[in-house]
Structure formats: C-alpha cells, structure tokens
Design a protein around this ligand. Structure first.
Ligand SMILES: [Zn+2]
Length: 409
C-alpha cells in the first residue's frame, strides 16, 4: 500500500484500541500521559481506516468514511500488535537437554547461560543472523509487531558489539546486556569484568543500542555493580532497564527505581518496599511468565502489583535457556490462568504495557495517529487468546499499514 492509498477495515466484531479515557485520575491506570497509550478500550461493530501507515480513523462501522480499499473482516476481533519488550534472540545452540533435566527435578541456575555463550562466540555471523531472523519471523506470525532484542551471549567486546549490530538489523529496540553474567575468563576478577562492561565494551556497543540492561541477581551482578553499569550506559546516552528479582528477593527493583529505568523485568519475588517502588515511580513491572512456566517456578504476583497500582507489561523473555517461547498469546494465557489477570489486563499488558516499557507512544494502541500495527484474530474477541490457549488464532498482521503475515480469511 502506498502512502496515498487508504484502507478501510470494517466488520470488526471487537476493536481493542487501548485508547480509553482516564478513569480515576490515578497515574497507574493506563490513562494517556505524555502521549502514552490509554486504558483498555473495546468497541463492537467497529471499523478502522489506515492511511500513510497510520491509524487515520476509528469508529462505528455504520459511520465509516470511504477509502481506496475495503476489507471486511466479518465479525473478527482487531487489536494492536503485541509489543514484546524483553527478548534475547542473538544466540547459537539450544538447551533442550537442560530443560528436560530441569523438568526431571534439577533446579535452574544462571550458570546455564555460559553454554549459550560458548556456542554464540563460536558461531559465524551468518548463523546468528539466520537464527535471529527465524525467531523474528516467528514472532511476527504470532502478532508481535515490535520486539526488543538484547545482547548478552557474547561477553567480549567484539562479540557483544557483533550481537548488537545484528539485532539492530531487525529492530530499533536494541539492548546492551554485557552485564548478563560474568564470563568464565573473569571468574576470578568480576570487578574487572564490570570495568570492561562500563568501559571499552560500552564504547563499542553504545552506537548500536538504545538501552542498557543488567542482570541484577545473586550469581550475576549485585546492587552496586548493577548501578554502575546503568550509570555508565546512561552517560553514554542509553536508557536503563533491569533484570530484577527473578530468582529470589533482591535489590533489582530498587536499583531500577533509583536509576530511573523504564522497566524492571521479572519481578517474581517482591517485598512490599519493591511494590511501593513500582507504584511510586514510572518504572513498569514487566512480567515474563514463560520463565516461570519453563522453570517450574511460582508465577509473579500480577494481582498484587495491579491492585497496588503498578503498570504491568507482559513479555516473552524469549531465550534458549529459561523461556524458549516467542508467543505473546501463550504469555497472555498464562497471565490470565496463573497470575490472576483479567483478559483485558493481560491484553493491555501485552500491547500498551509493552509500549510503555519501551517508552513508545506510537505503538501499543490504535488511537488516531498511532502506527498501524494491528492483529486480526480469527475469533470474535480478545478473550479467545486465553480461552483457546495453544491454538493459532492470529489470522493476519499489519505493520505500519502493510499486511506482513497471514491473510484475511
Ligand atoms: Zn531476560
């Protein structure tokens, strides 16, 4: 579709716009702030016009304006493309044996990352690129129109820089995660590795990245080290996000709040102080239920966060170790079934919540002017994403107004 053409999508059984009005004046309810996506909102018997790659009009189908092309979706649901704000897609190898062993009773340890580091360092660019593109295409078919991608399996200056350059080929949301784990060659000198991450490695990586991230956890990086990594990244122009409180209680959420991070990710083990930090600052609580599913761990307490007023996002954490799913519909189903989220909250968290975690105003909603990233479900409502788990229901995907996956049935 050229910019001059407009397309009317009509016959929409349920249009999820995330363009709702403020409801109670609280800063935590998804209301529009600084142009960010609004609260969950759904309209039946709706239509939407795409022009110039953006949403040009939404409203009742009976009042839809004329357009150059008309698509009738016969009562199916349309929602914003998923925004997966947490993924590790630059890697080689796989760890299915580790998964099988864990299911047989062996607990997950962060050290499993090192097997992927070894395979990634040994892989040629072409192999890393092919794997990355395969996963990106897999995400798109499942409705993810924006995804974040981290480095973190290179852990040398050239390998981290290579990972980020590859990631930048497929997404603007590129995250420098040199501080994923201390590599074996620095086992006796972790402080030396932090110096490398904050110095020469950052210099080589910052040009390809938008974000800096750190795995703040026992066995990875402590509070002071994590704060130093984030501060160095921010001084280089990057924005902060944090792997926080995944394996146990710890300082990750506090570090994220103090650094002004966009998001604290995992949030599986939270104290009341952590919940307070997530409700009194703009830090998004990004929950990654694929991890708890794949590691057979207790799920994060989404209900506790939402009831306290935190902004919650859902993401896949797609990676070969702790969560090898690229499916946002699967994460939505888990969030609803296992984490006490309503279907509306889960879909909002997977779309507008992800946009917030990426500080994006142009995605995650279908208000006029938003990028026309949208999903056509082969189902009449968003509820089906959780109601029919494991069933492929993404009929078609548009990205910036172009049909990029599937077809209108
Ligand atoms: Zn992660």
């Amino acid at each position: 579709m050229s910019d001059a053409e407009s397309t009317l999508i009509t016959g929409i059984g349920e249009l999820i716009s995330n363009d709702g009005e403020p409801d109670d004046g609280q800063p935590d309810d998804g209301e529009p702030e600084n142009g960010l996506p609004g609260s969950f909102a759904a309209m039946t018997d709706a239509a939407l016009v795409i022009a110039g790659g953006k949403v040009a009009w939404t409203g009742p189908a009976s009042r839809a304006p004329a357009a150059d092309a008309v698509v009738d979706v016969a009562g199916r649901a349309v929602l914003p493309g998923f925004a997966d704000s947490h993924a590790h897609l630059v890697f080689a190898g796989e760890r299915s044996a580790e998964f099988a062993a864990r299911m047989a009773g062996r607990p997950y340890q962060a050290g499993g990352i090192l097997g992927t580091v070894e395979a990634t360092r040994a892989a040629p660019d072409a192999a890393l690129r092919a794997n990355l593109r395969r996963l990106a295409a897999e995400m798109l078919r499942q409705g993810t129109t924006t995804f974040e991608c981290k480095s973190g399996y290179g852990l040398t200056v050239p390998d981290e820089a290579r990972g980020l350059a590859l990631a930048a080929e497929v997404t603007p949301e590129v995250t420098y995660l040199g501080a994923h784990v201390v590599p074996p060659e620095f086992a006796a000198d972790p402080a030396g590795y932090v110096d490398l991450v904050c110095g020469p490695m950052l210099d080589a990586c910052a040009p390809s990245a938008r974000w800096v991230d750190v795995f703040c956890e026992d066995g990875a990086f402590g509070a002071d080290e994590a704060a130093a990594v984030l501060a160095a990244g921010q001084a280089a122009g990057l924005h902060a996000r944090v792997h926080a409180n995944q394996l146990g209680p710890g300082p990750g959420v506090r570090v994220a709040a103090e650094a002004g991070a966009a998001s604290a990710d995992h949030c599986t083990f939270l104290t009341d102080d952590d919940v307070d930090a997530l409700t009194s600052t703009p830090v998004v609580a990004t929950l990654l239920p694929g991890v708890e599913f794949s590691c057979r761990q207790p799920f994060p307490q989404a209900r506790r966060l939402l009831d306290a007023g935190a902004v919650v996002a859902l993401a896949t954490d797609c990676n070969p170790g702790s969560s090898f799913t690229s499916s946002m519909p699967f994460c939505i189903a888990l969030a609803v079934r296992e984490m006490g989220m309503t279907t509306e909250e889960a879909v909002w968290a997977a779309t507008a919540g992800g946009a917030r975690a990426l500080r994006r105003t142009d995605i995650g909603h279908l208000g006029v002017g938003a990028r026309a990233d949208l999903i056509l479900l082969d189902a009449p409502s968003h509820t089906y994403l959780a109601y029919r788990p494991g069933v492929p229901q993404i009929a078609a995907v548009w990205q910036a107004g172009s049909l990029v996956a599937g077809a209108v049935p």
